[in-house]
Write a protein that binds this ligand. Structure first.
Ligand SMILES: [Zn+2]
Length: 442
């Protein structure tokens, strides 16, 4: 970024901090200055009208809210940020668009910050974005007018600097230096907030809710054993970027990372059922695993993050070495978990698979992604939302975690494990060598 761009970023950031909403890079018409405050506004309905030249999206609200709108490229998106809004719309609203809008979604992006993300069929310009007062019994209405444009004009208005500011994650509380010797287990309920994950439209149930419910039960059980320190990547219905989930695991020096999901299948893919446990691999174990990883890796794009800003994480030979060890432990835990859960829940016909999931990429934390079942299967859905099933499966998970750590007890574990790259990286940067035991030992 050159000096001028930095200045622009600083100005935009200052405006963002002052208003609590992201300003529009296009300036002028796309930003409304209405003071926030009071109870959260409630969004009750949304609709799209128009054609391939000009398309309007309308969101009904209980009152006016301030808003900021900006655009993102690759894929083409329009993002509208607002303060806290409660969305009471059906989860399937927005799955189909019209005209320039191919789909849209909404939800919490961060605490106190709501977001609407519009996928567009091609480059668009935000012609207007404003909120109308309630009038004659009509609710307040948020209106976004988009008009067709060309790629070059679109790119000129993309708001990358704002995204950069928004992406900087707040420092998370870490248990790393607490002096507590119990292993940290990071539980990662997938999706959240604006990213609903899979949706069973018939039952009106979202993946983000199903996996948060079971993660909370598991957290309480792990804490109750007194043997582990469970840490959640989210405890509420809020969005957490994939990289942030990995960072939480690394910052806490987690000895295990378990991401929880409940996938959905299109009708043509058949009526698959059962649980699957995924580990990280460069090449997917089969086409289904590849498709799932592609879907799960879209989470940041879905929430309106600028993917061109993907940080280039740590790299190098040290990393490869530790990664290999981490992968061995991940695979070992995956097998233990599959064996244990098989007694409590129905497993997929091939329950152990692998693919390039971004969320499993902590090089020094053994990580698995547990697909509890398929939201698209009525029977799986019934089970996954029942207390009885949740209780049995989380008991089996605790037992599998116990078995895994028992097989890796300090006295019985391989002695010559390499250090985790987080530590190795720090050693290089700090020109010192860590003398502590291997950080990646589970
Ligand atoms: Zn998922």
């Amino acid at each position: 970024m050159n000096g001028r761009a930095w200045m622009l970023a600083a100005v935009l950031l200052a405006a963002f901090l002052a208003n609590g909403v992201a300003p529009s890079a296009a300036a002028g018409p796309a930003t409304e200055a209405v003071p926030a405050g009071g109870d959260p506004a409630v969004a009750t309905d949304a609709r799209v009208a128009g054609d391939d030249e000009r398309t309007r999206l309308v969101l009904d609200l209980s009152r006016r809210v301030p808003l900021g709108a900006f655009t993102l490229a690759d894929p083409y998106r329009v993002v509208v940020d607002m303060p806290d809004v409660i969305f009471t719309l059906s989860p399937s609203v927005g799955s189909e668009g019209r005209g320039l809008i191919s789909a849209y979604r909404f939800g919490l992006f961060a605490p106190g910050k709501a977001r609407l993300v519009i996928d567009t069929a091609g480059p668009v310009k935000i012609d207007k974005a404003f909120v109308l007062d309630p009038v004659d019994g009509q609710p307040a209405r948020l209106v976004v007018d988009l008009v067709k444009t060309d790629r070059a004009s679109f790119l000129k208005e993309v708001a990358a600097p704002v995204q950069r500011a928004l992406r900087a994650p707040p420092p998370s509380e870490t248990a790393a230096d607490s002096g507590d010797p119990r292993p940290v287990i990071v539980l990662d309920p997938g999706h959240g907030g604006i990213d609903s994950g899979a949706i069973n439209a018939v039952a009106g149930i979202n993946e983000k809710k199903v996996v948060l419910d079971i993660a909370m039960v598991l957290r309480d059980k792990l804490a109750a054993t007194g043997r582990y320190r469970p840490v959640m990547t989210r405890e509420t219905d809020t969005f957490v970027p994939l990289g942030e989930r990995v960072r939480i695991a690394r910052d806490n020096r987690a000895r295990l990372f378990i991401s929880l999901h409940a996938d959905s299948l299109s009708a043509r893919a058949g009526d698959a059922r059962g649980a699957t446990i995924y580990t990280l691999s460069d090449r997917a174990s089969d086409a289904e695993a590849q498709r799932l990883a592609d879907d799960e890796n879209k989470a940041d794009m879905i929430a309106g993050l600028d993917l061109s800003e993907e940080p280039d994480d740590v790299a190098g030979i040290l990393l490869d070495l530790a990664q290999r060890e981490t992968r061995n432990f991940s695979a070992q835990f995956a097998r233990t978990l599959a064996g244990g859960v098989a007694n409590a829940a129905r497993m997929h016909k091939s329950p152990l698979k692998s693919a390039g999931f971004k969320v499993l990429k902590a090089p020094d934390v053994p990580s698995v992604l547990f697909e509890l079942g398929y939201l698209s299967s009525t029977r799986d859905l019934e089970l996954m939302t029942s207390d009885d099933w949740r209780s049995k499966v989380t008991d089996a998970m605790v037992a599998a975690i116990d078995a895994y750590f028992a097989s890796r007890a300090p006295d019985g574990s391989p002695a010559a494990l390499p250090q985790g790259p987080a530590q190795a990286g720090r050693s290089v940067a700090g020109a010192g060598v860590r003398a502590e035991p291997a950080a990646i030992r589970p």
